[in-house]
Design a protein around this ligand. Sequence first.
Ligand code: NAD
Length: 341
Amino acid sequence: MKVAVFSTKAYDRQFLAAANSDHQHELVFLEPRLNRDTAILAAGFPAVCVFVHDQVDASTLQILAANNTRLVALRCAGFNNVDLKAAAQLGITIVRVPAYSPYGVAEHAVGLILSLNRKIHRAHNRVREGNFSIDGLLGFNLNGRTVGIVGTGKIGLILGHIMKGFGCNLLAYDVYQNPELEMIGGKYVELPELFANADIISLHCPLIAETHHLINEEAIAQMKSGMMLINTSRGGLIDTQAVIEGLKSGKIGYLGVDVYEQESELFFEDLSGEIIQDDIFQRLTTFPNVLITGHQAFFTAEALSNIAETTFANITDFDNGRPCGNEIRHQPQTEAKVLVN
Ligand code: NAD
């Protein structure tokens, strides 16, 4: 099948080309993101393949449909960037990769925790400059501390296992309780109790209407002074302005984020020669106790292999007329509730 692969970087090409050797689809790699202006590039391709920041909205889908595209294969789990209703009306099938790197994301969250606690990012810079002073690098033992996990699905549960290994106590909040988390000693509590007692809070729930700005001024007011906040889930879980106020007051002692609400304007591109216009993001980068990575928590070799293999299995199912378990269909209640999965 001819597939126009949008938003490709060198690493995507490497893993996609390797996984395609078992499928032999005809791939054309395109650097631009898919949107209404670039959709014409897919003319003549029955399938397109996209990532998290491609805009698969109604007008883009109309152009794709008019040029005989019948399949959009997402190389990611979230489908907030797809107008499922328009796709259904236009007869375009949407498939995705529901899970690809829960260990990688949980391990990255731990990386942020360790770096922030022991100030490894600052120590690295000091030593490079010949400054071997350890003033200001004081950390704390993780052993005996309380970690609050919001969202105990695949990633949150793995984080629980890892932090238990450090000797931490686990508090958790989820709309569905996961017995495995309780089996390793985790205790489910309501959010106010988690906020009040956790030394470290790590977010692993999806971004939906109910969780949008879950961490806001009111939530921060309930937290322990000097606590650590980690977000590897989705930027919109956090009201960034409220978090900046929390950092300024010292209520938030450490912030580690891999995601940012307005990240689509920034992440995955080299903007080192540009003037960044986002003043809120720029303010975040000025704090010594803030560590930001650019949506790389998923970015492991294992994840890229899984993404590529599942993507081509999905495309091959479609090509052969087989039902695909990873198809996403339009559901009116999903449309209303899901902002970002
Ligand atoms: P998952 O579906 O296995 O787990 C999500 C959990 O959140 C579920 O247990 C669900 O019940 C819970 N949840 C739903 N609504 C909730 C609410 N209102 N309050 C609290 N919990 C709620 O998902 P996962 O694979 O563990 O992924 C978690 C999140 O990680 C995803 O939603 C995605 O946004 C993010 N993610 C980030 C990266 C990255 O590279 N940074 C990569 C993959 C996934």
